[in-house]
Design a protein around this ligand. Structure first.
Ligand SMILES: [Zn+2]
Ligand SMILES: [Zn+2]
Length: 109
């Protein structure tokens, strides 16, 4: 009996993989490698090299909004979005300005 073994293979219906809920990954730097970031989702095993994450969409750890990762954000162990990191940086600049205003004599400004 000559049966083509290929004919018994069932082709899985297309689109099955697409039914899985997609999510944007929430990244955290791996403890094992400085250049690897992994997703914090307990059900997600996704991880990616830092250099490939620049320009990718991800979830901000702080506000849970989506964001595009930049090199600067990837300097942090847990990247946060522009809004979250900007407000922090802006506050720091203000603090430094106030501090300088206090210690600098008038003529030095
Ligand atoms: Zn994920
Ligand atoms: Zn944020």
């Amino acid at each position: 009996m000559l049966l083509n073994p290929m004919s018994r293979l069932k082709i899985p219906p297309k689109g099955e993989a697409e039914l899985k809920p997609k999510h944007l990954h929430e990244y955290m730097r791996s403890s094992g490698s400085k250049n690897i970031y992994r997703c914090m989702d307990p059900d997600c095993t996704h991880y990616q090299q830092k250099e490939f994450l620049v320009g990718k969409r991800a979830i901000c750890h702080k506000c849970k909004n989506d964001m595009i990762l930049t090199k600067d954000q990837l300097k942090n162990r847990i990247p946060s979005c522009m809004n979250c990191s900007k407000s922090r940086a802006a506050k720091r600049v203000k603090d430094v300005r106030n501090f300088l205003a206090e210690i600098l004599p008038q003529e030095a400004r």
